[in-house]
Design a protein around this ligand. Structure first.
Ligand code: S3P
Length: 435
């Protein structure tokens, strides 16, 4: 369902304070692990995004009791590792790649059959990356052309452990395999080509599951024992904060306080990059919650202008969700920004490389597209334009920020798709901008 277009006006500055929604990646993981717990968990500051609602709905369909105490606090009565029930109908992951891929690791191990699918965008996304390693563990998964919907049948004799080197750096695939490993008798070892976000490892550790983490590998000895439910407050989402961090970097006088955001080192590459480009940024407080770092940031623009540079390899992996907004920031950087090793962007909620290039060109900006990335020269002036969300939350939000820097009014189709990760985004942006 698409929403009515939204008019976006240029801005002069950005100032104020915000608390981004609970982190999407951590919310998904705690929703899954709470549904597998033996007992009751209470998750506060849970993501308000539709994606994490999809995970909760799937776990409710598998027998967990999910009850909202308020808009961001959810109580989950878990079924224990071996207590899930066969769903009455196909599970719906909506737009959420994290839901379908992580849940695949759990469904592969169940003694019942299940199907899971999602919306048109999810139905085009590659699933062989989870199907193939799970099949090597003995999972029975059918999918037409390697895309959703996926049909799971019980694995005869249960899952076997696996030693696997991920061909693509993917936290979703790593997590699916770790979840499946909970049910396999023996040690599963997963090697990563480059580091990816480690929220699954930290959350499993909090549940009392023993993991051996080495430089680039994780070993988990299954089968795991039940863990009790627990209360956890989810740190804010740095990939949602990214839109405001980069917006602040665009205005020399900007001053934003971003509260309670995840400072997990696998998620802070944007902070390092913004400092390198010359933006003002300081961490004003830090705390630890269940192995996850969380704190508040003060940020603003750069008096001397922003520098440019190249982003490739491990830095691209660490910034993968931030590249749409960074491509917008690039238009204000001296020399622009060049993104390489980012072919994964072509198989996200949209082909993000194509979506970024199309919108930049609509704004009158130049850019060069590569199979695995793009080069956005800078500084460039932007003109008001008709912007396209491409049904992708991060494209919608990134180009809403671009419109603040344009020389005239813009219009964004389907702003509602921001609700996938950040339903409060547009009203909040309006509160923070100065015209
Ligand atoms: C995520 C991992 C990343 C990221 C996605 C969330 C996660 O995907 O882009 O938004 O929560 O594990 P990949 O694992 O496909 O790189």
């Amino acid at each position: 369902m698409t929403t009515a277009p939204l008019a976006l006006l240029p801005a002069r500055n950005l100032a104020g304070a915000l608390r981004p929604p609970g982190d999407k990646s951590i919310s998904h993981r705690y929703a899954l692990l709470s549904a597998l717990a033996a007992g009751r968990s209470r998750l506060s500051h849970f993501s308000t995004g539709a994606d994490c609602r999809s995970t909760l709905a799937c776990m409710a369909a598998l027998g967990a009791r999910v009850r909202w105490e308020d808009e961001t606090t959810v109580a989950i009565e878990g079924r224990g590792l071996r207590g899930l029930q066969a769903p009455a109908a196909a599970l719906d992951a909506g737009n959420s790649g994290t839901t379908i891929r992580l849940l695949s690791g759990i469904l592969a191990a169940q003694p019942f059959a299940a199907r899971i699918g999602g919306d048109a965008s999810l139905s085009r996304r590659p699933m062989r990356r989870v199907i193939e390693p799970l099949a090597s563990m003995g999972a029975q998964i059918a999918a037409a052309d390697g895309c959703p919907p996926l049909a799971f049948s019980p694995a005869a004799g249960g899952l076997r452990p696996l030693h696997y080197r991920l061909p693509v750096a993917s936290a979703q695939v790593k997590s699916a395999l770790l979840l499946a490993a909970l049910y396999a008798a023996g040690e599963t070892v997963i090697e990563e080509p480059l580091p990816t976000r480690d929220h699954t490892e930290l959350a499993l550790n909090e549940c009392g599951v023993t993991l051996a983490r080495r430089r680039r590998s994780i070993a988990l000895a299954g089968p795991a024992r039940d863990w009790p439910g627990r209360d956890f407050r989810i740190p804010g989402d740095p990939s949602s904060a990214a839109f405001f961090l980069c917006a602040a970097a665009l205005f020399p006088e900007a001053n934003l306080l971003i509260e309670e955001v995840s400072l997990n080192p696998t998620r802070t590459a944007l902070l390092d990059l913004l400092r390198r480009l010359g933006a003002k940024l300081s961490v004003v407080s830090v705390e630890q919650r269940g192995g996850e770092l969380c704190g508040s940031l003060q940020c603003g623009g750069s008096q001397g202008g922003l520098a440019g540079g190249d982003i490739a390899g491990a830095e691209t992996v660490a910034l993968i969700d931030e590249i749409p907004i960074l491509a917008v920031l690039a238009t204000a950087c001296r020399g622009g920004l060049r993104f390489r090793d980012a072919a994964e962007l072509r198989v996200k909620e949209s082909d993000r490389i194509a979506a970024i290039a199309r919108n930049l060109r609509a704004l009158g900006a130049e850019c060069e597209e590569f199979p695995d990335g793009l080069y956005v020269p800078g500084p460039q002036t932007l003109r008001g334009a008709r912007l396209e969300s491409c049904g992708d939350h991060r494209i919608a939000m990134a180009f809403a920020i671009a419109a603040l820097r344009a020389d005239g009014p813009s219009e964004l189709d389907d702003p509602g798709c921001a609700a996938i990760s950040y339903p409060e985004f547009f009203p909040l942006l309006e509160k923070l901008v100065e015209r």
